[in-house]
Design a protein around this ligand. Structure first.
Ligand code: C5P
Length: 291
């Protein structure tokens, strides 16, 4: 019987790409990219308990979106870690899905990374972050950055992760219009792109005006193609643009979730209430970036 003390919990925070520049398509089919990823206090929660088999139980507001997916990243992460260390993948995992599925904020990748952290503890493994990132890379391009959940530059196909300098605290609003967008389809429809290497990473980003000025010179290259596939993304961005106190609005990852940065917490809260009221079918969450 599992006692309460045997249960290990892990938080899988949403990952937001403040900008995302896409370079050339490589021989492995992936694109080179450059991005600045940050993590917020909104996310999924996972619980791990000892079990003779590997099992996954789902609950939470977005559990239904996942049940349709046969190839769940959580199970793949458990199997990848077990294979890496040469032991059976045995654990009872519960995922409470609070983030919208296939939404550009790394929900599945954050869950997979949380599995690596959770099972490292459950199985009493002694693995470094570097080793966990190596396993993470086999699961998906966005999983390595979610291992430590620190603000980081992403390069390569996303797997080359370098922690960024401390970013300023800024209120953020996340908005998802309730449609799942396929990352593969968005990359396939890619049009104009900045390429990699145009960003000056030595720029100081320690104050809100510095960060906003830096981000305004960058973009999310996946935004136009995602918007073409899901025109509602344009509607979300228009709505964010007209919120009082907004400093920057943009899509994250391959969408459809968009974010806005605000100059004060009250403006972000007011925007959260306003958009939740006018679009009750949208997922709207006020949060903050920076440590
Ligand atoms: O690595 P992940 O499974 O998240 O990627 C999903 C799809 O997105 C890939 O199969 C590929 O088509 C596309 N992709 C890409 N370049 C990247 C990351 C993803 O072309 N750097």
């Amino acid at each position: 019987m599992t006692s309460q003390t045997d249960v290990i919990e892990a938080f899988a925070p949403a990952k937001i790409n403040l900008f995302l520049h896409v370079g050339d398509k490589r021989s492995d089919g992936f694109h080179d990219l450059e991005s600045l990823a940050v993590f917020v206090d909104v996310g999924d929660t996972l619980a791990f308990s000892p079990s003779p088999e590997l099992s996954l139980a789902l609950d939470g507001p977005f559990a239904n979106g996942l049940e349709a997916e046969g190839d769940n990243l959580v199970l793949r992460a458990a199997q990848a870690l077990a294979k890496h260390i040469g032991r059976p993948a045995t654990a009872a995992i519960r995922l409470t899905k609070k983030l919208p599925v296939a939404s550009g904020i790394g929900g599945g990748s954050a869950d997979a990374a949380a599995v690596l952290r959770g099972l490292t503890r459950l199985w009493a493994l002694d693995l470094s972050w570097t080793e966990l990132r190596v396993v993470a890379e086999t699961i998906g391009s966005d999983v390595p950055v979610c291992v430590e959940c620190k603000s980081s530059w992403m390069e390569g196909r996303g797997e080359r992760v370098t922690p960024s300098a401390t970013l300023p605290q800024m209120p953020m609003l996340l908005v998802n219009p309730g449609i799942a967008v396929s990352t593969k389809d968005v990359f396939r429809a890619l049009a104009m792109r900045h390429g990699t290497g145009s960003i000056n990473r030595a720029t100081s980003l320690s104050s809100p005006p510095e960060l906003i000025a830096f981000l305004k010179k960058a973009a999310n290259d996946l935004q136009p193609s995602a918007q073409q596939i899901a025109p509602v993304i344009g509607h979300v961005l228009d709505e964010l643009a007209r919120m009082p106190g907004v400093e920057l609005w943009r899509m994250s990852g391959s969408g459809a979730t968009c974010f806005a940065l605000f100059d004060d917490q009250n403006s972000a809260k007011v925007a959260e209430v306003a958009l939740s009221h006018t679009h009750p079918d949208w997922w709207v969450r006020a949060t903050r970036i920076g440590s």
